[in-house]
Design a protein around this ligand. Structure first.
Ligand code: FAD
Length: 383
């Protein structure tokens, strides 16, 4: 089933697919072998304008809506997962928060480099005491003359070890806590008291790394506050809607590529004198993955269309994120099965994608948290 997109979005998807095939797919093997992102990739994305799509025109961005941005992530995610991750870090949620809430100095200092791909950022909310339950966080910032002193520890922060600056979320009013007592700080790499104490590789490709950060007497100036003091939790939560839609589209992109590869393989692999594609058992797996993908696209594209039209979509992003992150796991499992031994041999994309997609059910709010939010909404609606 094909979805009718507007002529602009159709044209954009075609250009993106060409770009991904020509520029990104050839890098996949090297990235897996080295566990490193080639340094030219971010500036290349910047050069093509992919890191500035959602930023307002007045700061040099393209001022596009969430739908085109998510379509870009879908296409990038047909290749290596890292491309979607760096595009959503540099090109997405943190820059938008800076564009919306930053001072003119902060915009000037950070946005140009982020849009060009010469600067990297990370977002540090999760910590040992507060994962799904962010309200249990203990990292705090105390007001001092001319600035703030941050103490605490953050972990599982994607890309923090390579970031030029990090958005750190900390408690600034221990009484109000998440009800107006949390602040976001822009902390530059090299600030005394800011240390990366551990870098973990994750299940999936080695290039995706999560860092632990120690903030020990880390003094930042007043000018490091993003938005108003006390607004940090709203700022972090404010990006959740877009983050969930971004993950949903990334899942769709990876699932689409795996289905395409499975169909191609099934046509060429002959067993017992016939291609796999002629076996009903294999056809049913392809059909089930197609149905999964059609359902995912239907809910995601409609939600994106409504968001860009200014509709309050409620818990729809949770519905999309939950469905898509579980859908891509099912599609990956079938893709491995169809590829047989080739599906589990390292060095082939299917094996890497199978491992890579597992974390979609944990990051940006786990499946359990999405179910909790959706159920809460259902119960409220029916009372
Ligand atoms: C690839 C990846 C990248 C990430 N990048 C970042 C980043 O850049 N910045 C950042 O701040 N964080 C990041 N995270 C952290 C992520 O947001 C957390 O891992 C997530 O919020 C879950 O927190 P936790 O790991 O502490 O699990 P926990 O909160 O300890 O949960 C453990 C399990 O219990 C379940 N659970 C928790 N509470 C309930 C409940 N009330 N009812 C039922 N089940 C429950 C959870 O769903 C989960 O299955 C990243 C995570 C991943 C996997």
């Amino acid at each position: 089933m094909r979805f009718e997109l507007s002529p602009e979005l159709t044209q954009m998807r075609e250009a993106l697919r060409k770009f991904v095939r020509a520029e990104l797919e050839p890098l996949e093997k090297g990235i897996d072998a080295s566990g490193e992102l080639p340094p030219q990739v971010l500036p290349l994305l910047g050069k093509h304008g992919y890191l500035a799509m959602r930023l307002p025109v007045e700061v040099g961005g393209a001022g596009m809506g969430l739908f085109p941005y998510c379509l870009m992530l879908e296409e990038f995610s047909r290749s290596h997962r890292i491309f979607g991750l760096i595009a959503s870090g540099g090109g997405g949620l943190t820059p938008i928060a800076i564009a919306r809430h930053g001072t003119p100095e902060q915009r000037h200092k950070y946005l140009t480099g982020l849009m060009k791909g010469t600067m990297r950022t990370a977002f540090a909310l999760t910590e040992p005491a507060g994962g799904s339950d962010n309200s249990a966080m203990t990292t705090r910032a105390d007001k001092v003359e001319g600035g703030w002193v941050i103490h605490g520890r953050k972990h599982y922060i994607n890309g923090a070890h390579e970031a030029d600056f990090i958005v750190v979320i900390a408690i600034t009013d221990p009484v109000k806590r998440t009800r107006g007592g949390v602040t976001a700080f822009l902390v530059d790499r090299g600030t005394p008291g800011f240390n990366i104490t551990r870098v973990d590789t994750t299940m999936g490709s080695d290039v995706i790394k999560l860092a632990e950060i120690e903030l020990d007497n880390c003094k930042v100036p007043d000018s490091a506050v993003l938005g108003n003091a006390g607004q940090g939790f709203d700022l972090a939560k404010g990006s959740l809607r877009d983050g969930r839609m971004a993950v949903s589209c990334s899942c769709i992109g990876t699932a689409d590529r795996m289905l395409e590869m499975s169909a191609q393989y099934a046509k060429t692999r002959v067993t017992f004198g016939k291609p796999l594609a002629e076996r009903q058992a294999i056809q049913w797996m392809l059909a089930d993955s197609e149905v999964d993908l059609v359902a995912a696209r239907a809910m995601v594209y409609e939600t994106l269309r409504q968001i860009d039209a200014g509709v309050d979509v409620g818990t729809a992003p949770s519905v999309c994120k939950l469905y898509c992150s579980e859908m891509v796991g099912r599609v990956a499992d079938r893709a491995v099965q169809i590829h047989g031994g080739m599906g589990i041999v390292q060095g082939y994309p299917i094996e890497r994608m199978y491992r890579d997609v597992r974390h979609y059910r944990i990051g940006e709010g786990s499946s359990e948290i999405q179910r909790m939010l959706i159920a809460r909404d259902v119960l409220k609606r029916t009372s």
